[in-house]
Design a protein around this ligand. Structure first.
Ligand code: UDP
Length: 371
């Protein structure tokens, strides 16, 4: 009998497994996939750490979490500065003086601020949805060219029907600073995320290719507690209804050229281009292999967003009102469980970043060890 069964070998599961094991508990980790690391999984292709489930850039303001991950991997100095491509016109992201200069020809922060102030006048109330929030942050021109098309492709919903908080993830700056994240600490684990998670799970029993939900009742009888990081609605066999998610599909290509787009991420912000962004993986590690040599080939991934349906991988919870109401009902069931803890993006139906997932798992592990 194990003290804990951890369902899912992603960042939440790996963090909880590490903490509980180090506190002397017996832990078994299972995952239905045939690899660890969940959606942060990387594999080496042509000498490049390929982010199979999409780009992951670690960033945080939480010193505890930053120190924690350093135990499992050294991090490089990668700073995310995506470029937006709107019908062939390129803009710097996030929204900063380079963006405002290209959009309006303004040169000083004062001019940029005036332009934004003028354009945000159309929003007179407190923003009620993503469209109003975006216009009130950066004005209509930027909304139309850099936000509307991208957001509607990514979420498959009108910006008027999306929650305002999504766009608040992006900084708006009156400085020449293309760093996408307002984070004190940022980087990519050298050697890949898979290696980092492998180090987190070192000495811990992991069984891959095991579908918990298929064997739920028998498995739960053999363990004291379960930490479940899959979708909460799937856990309850969708008995109250199905929560909505966005899924992502990638078209990957290995190209026999050294440089396709000169940047890790280019966002296609118009409505017509069918993909939302193209990732060129080698630039997460500056185009070099571990010995510092230039890599001759490159790998790119075109990212397409779609509505999740059974059989797809869920990536993004859709935190709108309707799903919020349904999630709250599942939450009531979850709170009645004495021996099951739900964690992570899918377990908590929350648009978590990696650092928030680790922070939540550290916190939960502490609580569990207290009782
Ligand atoms: N966003 C946008 N234009 C961009 C990049 C992002 O409008 O070029 C908006 C969009 O609504 C998106 C949100 O900002 O859903 C958050 O983007 P982020 O890059 O944080 O999303 P993730 O990397 O998690 O997919």
């Amino acid at each position: 009998m194990y003290d804990y069964l951890i369902v899912g070998a992603g960042l939440y599961g790996a963090t909880a497994a590490r903490q509980l094991t180090d506190a002397g508990k017996t832990v078994l980790v299972i995952d239905k996939r045939n690899h660890i690391a969940g959606n942060v999984y990387t594999e080496k292709v042509e000498g490049i750490h390929f982010h199979k489930y999409g780009a992951h850039i670690f960033h945080t303001n939480n010193a505890e979490v930053w120190n924690y991950v350093q135990r499992f991997a050294p991090f490089n100095r990668f700073t995310n500065s995506p470029v937006a491509n709107y019908k062939g016109e390129l803009f710097s992201l996030p929204f900063n003086m380079y963006t405002f200069n290209k959009m309006w020809g303004v040169v000083t922060p004062e001019e940029a601020a005036l332009k934004i102030a003028e354009q945000r006048k159309e929003i007179t109330n407190r923003p009620q949805n993503l469209e109003e929030q975006a216009i009130s942050l950066v004005g209509r021109d930027i909304y139309e060219k850099l936000i509307k098309g991208y957001t509607e492709k990514q979420w498959g919903r009108d910006c008027k029907n999306l929650p305002a908080f999504i766009i608040k993830r992006l900084p708006v700056r009156l400085t020449f600073d293309n760093n996408y994240f307002d984070a004190l600490y940022q980087g990519i684990p050298v050697g890949g995320y898979t290696k980092m998670v492998e180090n987190m799970l070192s000495g811990i029993e992991v069984r891959l290719g095991v579908d918990f939900l298929e064997h739920k009742d028998e498995v739960m009888a053999q363990v004291r507690k379960v930490i479940y990081t899959g979708s909460i609605d799937a856990f309850y066999r969708f008995s109250l209804g199905t929560l909505e998610y966005r899924s992502v599909r990638f078209e990957n290509e290995i190209l026999d050229i050294p440089n396709f787009q000169g940047n890790a991420a280019v966002n296609y912000t118009d409505r017509e281009t069918p993909w939302t962004r193209i990732i060129e993986h080698k630039w997460f590690e500056f185009g070099k292999d571990e010995n510092g040599n230039d890599l001759p080939k490159t790998i790119i991934s075109k990212e397409y967003s779609s509505e999740w349906k059974s059989g797809d991988e869920p990536y993004y919870p859709i935190n709108d009102e309707k799903n919020g109401v349904l999630y709250a009902k599942y939450r009531v069931l979850a709170e009645q469980e004495k021996d099951v803890v739900f964690g992570g993006r899918l377990g908590e139906y929350k648009y978590y970043d990696m650092d928030q997932v680790i922070a939540a798992a550290l916190q939960k592990s502490r609580e569990m060890l207290k009782c």
